[in-house]
Write a protein that binds this ligand. Structure first.
Ligand SMILES: [Fe+2]
Length: 293
C-alpha cells in the first residue's frame, strides 16, 4: 500500500536496489512515500501560502510547462511571474527526481499545479469531488492506448503547522477488484460521439473505448454512496515537508483535507512499464474481453 523511500535531496544519485524497489512497488499500485523530501520555499515565496493567490474559480493554479502560462491565479505582473517561477522550480525538480528514480526512457512532463486552497469545506458536484474515492480519468484529455497518469505531490505547508498541515488521503482496494465490481456499469462505446467531440475541440485527441471505460469507472465509483462508505480503505496522512508519487489512474484515492500542495503530472506510454500487464488498460482488456484501443 505504501512504500517508504528515504530520499532527502532532489538531486541525489539513487542506487539500483532503491530504483528496483520503487518501480515494482509503484507498478503494483503502491504509493511511494518520501517522508524527508522537503521542497523549501524562498523567503519571498512563503507569501504564496495564501488561498487569496487563487482566483477562486478552479481547484488549482496550474502551469503549462511548454508555454509557461499560469492559469487560475488572482496575481498579476511581477507577483504572478514569481509564483510561476516557484511552481516551475518544483516541476523541474520533480521531473529530475522521477527521471533518476524510474527506469522509463521517456516520461512526458504535463501540467504542474499549486493547491493553495483547503480541500475540506468546499462544494463540488459529486463527480468532480475528489474527496470521494476515484481513479483519475480526465474528460478532455484522452489517454487513448492506455497512457499512464503518474503524479508527484509535495506538501509545502510550513513545518511548524504540524498535524494541522497534514494532507489527508484515503486509498482503496486494488484496481482489478475495483474494476471487476464496476465494469458491468461501464457505458457503451460511442465512436461517433468521440469523433464529434474531438472535431469540436471538447477533447484533445479522440477518446478510445479505454477512455470511456475509465470515465465510467471514475463516475460510477463517486456516485455510489454504499461503495464510498463500505469499501476497504486505508487513511494516509502526509505531513508538511514530505512528498508522494502514485499512479492515480490505478490507485483508488480521495483527498480529504489539507492545503498547500504542489503537484506534477506525468504521462507515459504503457509499453515502457516494467510490467505492462499491471496497467489499467491491460487489466480492463482482460476483464472485458474487448480490444480497448
Ligand atoms: Fe484524483
Amino acid at each position: 500500500m505504501i512504500e517508504t523511500l528515504d530520499i532527502t535531496g532532489w538531486h541525489d544519485a539513487i542506487d539500483g536496489a532503491t530504483r528496483d524497489r520503487a518501480v515494482h512497488a509503484l507498478e503494483r499500485g503502491a504509493v511511494l512515500f518520501f517522508p524527508r523530501l522537503r521542497f523549501d520555499l524562498g523567503n519571498d515565496e512563503v507569501r504564496f501560502l495564501d488561498p487569496a493567490v487563487s482566483n477562486g474559480k478552479a481547484k488549482n493554479i496550474s502551469l503549462n510547462p511548454a508555454t509557461g502560462k499560469l492559469q487560475a491565479t488572482s496575481l498579476a505582473g511581477a507577483d504572478a511571474a514569481a509564483l510561476g517561477a516557484m511552481i516551475e522550480c518544483f516541476g523541474a525538480s520533480a521531473t529530475k527526481l522521477v527521471e533518476e528514480l524510474l527506469p522509463y526512457r521517456h516520461v512526458e512532463r504535463a501540467r504542474t499545479s499549486f493547491r493553495p486552497v483547503e480541500v475540506e469545506g468546499r462544494h463540488y458536484s459529486k463527480t468532480s469531488d475528489d474527496r470521494l474515492l476515484h481513479v483519475d480519468a480526465f474528460p478532455s484529455r484522452p489517454m487513448q492506448k492506455g497512457r499512464r497518469i503518474l503524479r508527484f505531490f509535495c506538501n509545502v505547508a510550513p513545518l511548524d503547522y504540524g498535524r494541522r498541515g497534514e494532507r489527508h488521503w484515503l486509498v482503496g482496494q486494488d484496481f482489478e477488484n475495483f474494476a471487476q465490481a464496476f465494469l458491468p456499469r461501464a457505458k457503451t462505446h460511442t465512436p461517433g460521439k468521440s469523433w464529434l467531440w474531438e472535431k469540436l475541440g471538447v477533447t484533445h485527441g479522440r477518446r478510445s473505448r479505454y477512455d470511456e471505460m475509465m470515465l465510467s469507472l471514475h463516475d460510477a465509483a463517486k456516485l455510489d454512496d454504499a461503495f464510498q462508505k463500505n469499501c476497504p480503505k486505508t487513511a494516509l496522512d502526509f505531513p508538511p515537508g514530505s512528498c508522494w508519487l502514485v499512479y492515480t489512474d490505478q490507485v483508488l484515492h480521495a483527498a480529504l483535507g489539507g492545503a498547500f500542495a504542489l503537484e506534477q503530472t506525468f504521462h507515459l506510454d504503457l509499453a515502457q512499464m516494467v510490467e505492462p500487464a499491471r496497467s489499467p488498460f491491460h487489466i480492463l482488456e482482460r476483464l472485458s474481453g474487448k480490444t480497448l484501443a
